[in-house]
Design a protein around this ligand. Structure first.
Ligand code: F3S
Length: 278
């Protein structure tokens, strides 16, 4: 069976940077925690915890040591709890996420109202909403055209979750205009997501089966799975190679491999090796 990796797949720049910063912090400081799971990848989070970088939801008053801020960023209220002697902040917020936070602040200051297009449950979106609110804006998170609030003012700033799907974003912008809401749009979608989606879409059309590797709790990996599944019915979303044991690839001559932006190389290679041995 021929195994083909998508032209763009696996850990993006922001995730790789967060992993490097966390691993370096584990060497530099005797005590290190990450504020929340560093990335949406259970195996990586477990490996980091074993190396001494365990995730915490908040920081005790008595804690002294380093804290790594994850790639999704942290809202201003939680960030403020880290501003005290004894705490060393290692900020692994992805620069693209930082750009979205800063754009939301500017839009809040300019228009007093900000729509964040993205998943309202996602920590990145929550942090962006908090920054915009702190800057004096009324805020809304919108994840589909059907969820556009009825109480929006005439003019709003719009910022986007970095990993948002472009078609969904475009459809929300159209729906805002249909609702006669004027928009000032800062397009903060990160190209890493789009590149992985385009490459996965292309590959899924050329192979007999697709394997998508990454956390089941990773929204960008799940989206890759959905894209591939719509094109190639034999598509499997796995976190580890052992999940492929029960899959029958006997009718396949080619299998494509892709991986979410939070999936490191160390999780992709074992899957490729397993498939090549079949
Ligand atoms: Fe950053 Fe884009 Fe990755 S926002 S964390 S480089 S998907």
């Amino acid at each position: 069976m021929r195994v083909i990796r998508a032209a763009a797949a696996g850990a993006c720049f922001g995730v790789q940077r967060a992993l490097d910063l966390a691993n370096q912090a584990a060497k530099d400081y005797p005590k290190v925690k990450s504020f929340g799971p560093l990335i949406h990848n259970p195996q990586v989070v477990a490996e980091l915890a074993a190396a001494g970088v365990a995730p915490v939801d908040s920081v005790d008053d008595g804690y002294d040591g380093a804290i790594v801020i994850r790639s999704h960023g942290l809202g201003p209220a939680a960030r403020a709890t880290l501003d005290r002697p004894g705490i060393e902040v290692v900020d692994a917020t992805c620069p693209h996420v930082l750009r979205a936070q800063q754009a939301a602040v500017k839009l809040a200051q300019t228009h007093g109202a900000v729509v964040v297009v993205g998943d309202p449950q996602h920590p990145e979106v929550n942090a962006i909403l908090e920054y915009a609110e702190q800057a004096g804006g009324r805020v809304w998170a919108v994840d589909s055209p059907a969820h556009i609030p009825s109480d929006l003012p005439e003019r709003v700033g719009v910022v986007v979750q970095t990993t948002q799907n472009r078609e969904v974003f475009d459809s929300i912008v159209v729906a805002l205009h249909d609702a006669a809401v004027e928009t000032d749009i800062k397009d903060t979608i990160c190209s890493a997501t789009a590149q992985r989606q385009t490459a996965a879409r292309e590959l899924a059309g050329e192979v007999d089966a697709m394997v998508v590797i990454g956390g089941h709790n990773s929204s960008n990996t799940t989206r890759l799975y959905e894209i591939c599944k719509a094109i190639c019915t034999k598509t499997y979303h796995v976190e580890t190679v052992s999940e492929l044991n029960s899959v029958d690839f006997s009718s396949c001559e080619t299998v494509g491999v892709t991986a979410g932006a939070s999936t490191p190389e160390s999780q992709i290679v074992p899957v490729e090796e397993y498939l090549e041995r079949l």
